[in-house]
Design a protein around this ligand. Sequence first.
Ligand SMILES: *Cc1c(COP(=O)(O)O)cnc(C)c1O
Length: 388
Amino acid sequence: MDLSYIINEYAEGRENYFNAVAPPIIQTSNFAFKTVDALRKSFEDEYSTYLYSRGLNPTVDMLRKKLAALDGAEDCLVFNSGAAAIFASVLANVKSGSHIISVKNPYTWAKKLFEIILPKFGVTHTYVDGTDTENFANAITPNTAIIYLESPNSFTYELQDLQAIAALAKQHYIVTIIDNSYCTPIYQKPITLGIDLALQSATKYISGHSDVVAGVLSGSKAMIERIFNSEYNTIGSGIQPFNAWLLLRGLRTLPMRLERITNTTKTVIAYLEQHPLVEEVLFPLSPNFPQYELARQQMTGGCGLLTFTIKANTIQQIETFCDNLQHILMAVSWGGYESLIIPKCAGLPQASFNAEDKSHRMLRLYVGLEDADYIIKDLDQAFKIINL
Ligand SMILES: *Cc1c(COP(=O)(O)O)cnc(C)c1O
């Protein structure tokens, strides 16, 4: 399917709603039936009918079809957050005694799931350095049920070789799950590389406007149907119709936003790399990135997230730099229209700052839709303040 077709036409069903060009928000909790028999059939197979909007809803379905097509997957579910997509995908594939192999330092709330919630039910985990596929092979036990990936991660951008790991997991009947938030299916299609379940935080690029929290989980029809009939409906955190509509709206401009951000990011990186106060810039598609070759193989693009290290001697210098940015906002999340920054040291007690630890001097920058010059000028004036 052509990308333009998926985004502009696929699954719109306009003939069902007066040929309106914009999709309707079917803001209903429930759906009525004409006969007991029809109601009975819906109870028996909720995955194929509109019964109750915690399950299926027509506005949400339109979005599901488009997002599954973007992923090259048979089906998908859309959740009220990326975290809920992580929770459902993992929960659906473990039982008491199961073992999970996860890439080290996964997204915060995946980490809490592995470290705090699942151990209560006898589910254990092993973290591995995902840059070497051998580490996954060596960590497999007879109880390993899931290999959990995040490639690239969203601070230091380490990658995993998706095709090799998917092949390894298949030999051992292990389910593979990837957090694909960094790339979106526009720049990386893990399902087509053999990964079983691909999830992403739609809060980021799919929404693109910093006004929705949502998550997507894509996979085979069999797996998605099983998750729908258990975790999805039980956790009850499916996306609401209005938020689904906002994501449909965000999708219309997704490819052009990513293209714009890709170009701006290149210019911003070139600026940062020549700046005397910048020690290093981390970006998976920079030729000097340690896994550049793998990134080029399995990703067709990178985008607005990069990390740079300031040559600061004190935490105050980093704080002064951030506090003096006039346009780039200091906020969590990314993928919206606005440029954002988070210094690593915001997550540290001030007293534990150690300038010799390079990671303490890292700042994650998200490049938004502004002009490159506008962003660079803002960085430049803040650098000048700490360079006095
Ligand atoms: C934001 C994010 C999530 C979680 O998504 P929410 O929509 O915030 O729940 C998961 N993984 C990554 C890499 C993220 O950046």
